[in-house]
Design a protein around this ligand. Structure first.
Ligand SMILES: *Cc1c(COP(=O)(O)O)cnc(C)c1O
Length: 421
């Protein structure tokens, strides 16, 4: 069972807040590195195993650089994400470019960096060839449709916008083969925030079987199978974390039966987890600005859904710790809100917390992936800073708070005077 822990004391946090006012996100480097090593160790049986960190989960080049030092590549889906990877010195086949509805200039940039391009649709073969030329190695994204049940965040595969149908995937690789490509990979991703290890074992099995069929039918060779990301994390205290060793063991078993026995080895196994890698090791730190008692008790923070959108977007649970009150009874019911003029701007609804006072510091857990990254400027909200708790205990700012000047940077105030109405 997971206990929600915090890598700093109340006193340490007070010192951090002195140099960087709330709200901010803070990431725990040591825990992120340990987690990365555990994942790589779990799959060490597979020569060539690689995790391509989904940059969208925590698109900060400092974090990417740490993960690259641990041996991770990058999974990118946009031009800025490709630039982040390049700046973190992740290039070539250490980048998977898994994008959809892709603009030409992004394919061009992915090609320039030598990234492995993962095509989302059969029509993208011609599109890519026209805009950037065909690469030496290529991957197609498979959508198993009704063959696989989806989950809450990602929905049913047959309704998802991603990937080739089963029929198209055979046509796609045939066309690519006939165009002279010789190096192939295959990808699928059908889960998000999934805590059942069986789900990923089945996903690998689907890809391994398909590789066996495609190889036989088209006489091509696959170098890798990418089972995507989507490993979940225990957002609620008491939830069981997913055991990557169980996933690994199950996949190894299918690998032996479907890849090794069919003479298709070696096949590299790729993953592109985001949430699982950094999610539990990032915290949103905020201050209780107001306490309001009307029909309910409201605790108003200086952070809002622009800092962490998941509760408002999916009704997601994020655990909240009130610093210094860990041992007090959680006996008061609160809606914990931000200041957006949107009634769903709430970090928690009907959450039992210790009795709060104005000025209390709250730590919102599991904000290390799809947290700061989903930030936005609606209602004139400025993006908060990102801090990194280094392994030596020092704290480094890895992104400053946005300023009002940043917010207005795309406006030309000078034109206002001449703007006749
Ligand atoms: C979002 C995404 C990921 C990462 O998802 P997590 O749930 O953070 O693991 C990986 N691959 C693709 C293609 C994605 O769109």
């Amino acid at each position: 069972m997971t206990q929600k822990t915090i890598p700093f004391s109340e006193k340490q946090l007070a010192a951090i807040i002195e140099s960087c006012p709330t709200p901010f996100h803070i990431y725990d480097e040591q825990k992120i590195r340990e987690n990365a090593r555990n994942l790589i160790r779990a799959f060490s049986w597979n020569e060539g195993f690689r995790e391509y960190f989904a940059v969208k989960a925590a698109p900060n080049p400092f974090i990417i650089k740490i993960l690259a030092a641990e041996g991770f590549g990058c999974d990118c889906s946009s031009l800025p994400e490709l630039i982040i990877s390049e700046r973190a010195e992740v290039t070539g086949e250490n980048i998977m470019f898994t994008s959809n509805d892709t603009p030409a200039e992004e394919f061009v940039e992915a090609q320039r960096l030598g990234a492995i391009i993962n095509l989302d649709d059969i029509s993208h073969i011609d599109y890519l060839e026209e805009c950037a030329g065909l690469p030496e190695i290529i991957c197609c994204r498979y959508n198993p449709g009704p063959l696989k049940k989806g989950n809450m965040i990602i929905g049913h595969p047959e309704e998802a916008k991603y990937g080739f149908t089963r029929e198209q995937i055979f046509d796609g690789y045939r066309i690519l083969r006939n165009k002279g490509i010789r190096r192939f990979g295959i990808h699928t991703m059908v889960a998000s925030n999934e805590l059942d290890p069986q789900y990923f074992i089945e996903t690998a099995e689907i890809l391994f079987s398909l590789i066996a069929e495609l190889t036989k039918y088209l006489n091509i060779r696959f170098e890798f199978a990418n089972i995507g990301g989507g490993l979940g994390i225990p957002y609620r205290p008491g939830q069981q974390p997913i055991d990557v060793n169980i996933i690994s063991e199950g996949i190894r078993n299918r690998y032996d039966a479907l890849i090794e026995k069919n003479g298709l080895a070696p096949l590299k196994l790729f993953m592109e987890c985001g949430r699982y890698i950094t999610g539990p090791y990032g915290y949103l730190v905020a201050n209780v600005l107001h306490l309001k008692e009307t029909y309910k008790n409201f605790a108003g923070l200086d952070a809002c859904m622009a800092n962490l959108m998941r509760p408002a977007l999916y009704g997601a649970y994020h655990h909240i710790t009130v610093m210094g009150r860990e041992n007090e009874p959680a006996d008061t019911l609160y809606d914990v809100t931000g200041s957006l003029c949107e009634n769903n701007d709430k970090f928690a609804i009907d959450r039992k917390l210790p009795k709060l006072s104005i000025g209390d510091i709250v730590v919102i857990h599991d904000a290390g992936a799809h947290g700061h990254a989903m930030g936005f400027n609606y209602n004139g909200k400025l993006r908060s800073a990102e801090l990194l708790l280094r392994e030596d205990g020092k704290v480094e700012m890895i992104r400053r708070t946005e300023t009002i000047d940043d917010y207005f940077a795309t406006l030309d105030w000078g034109k206002m005077a001449d703007f006749k109405v």
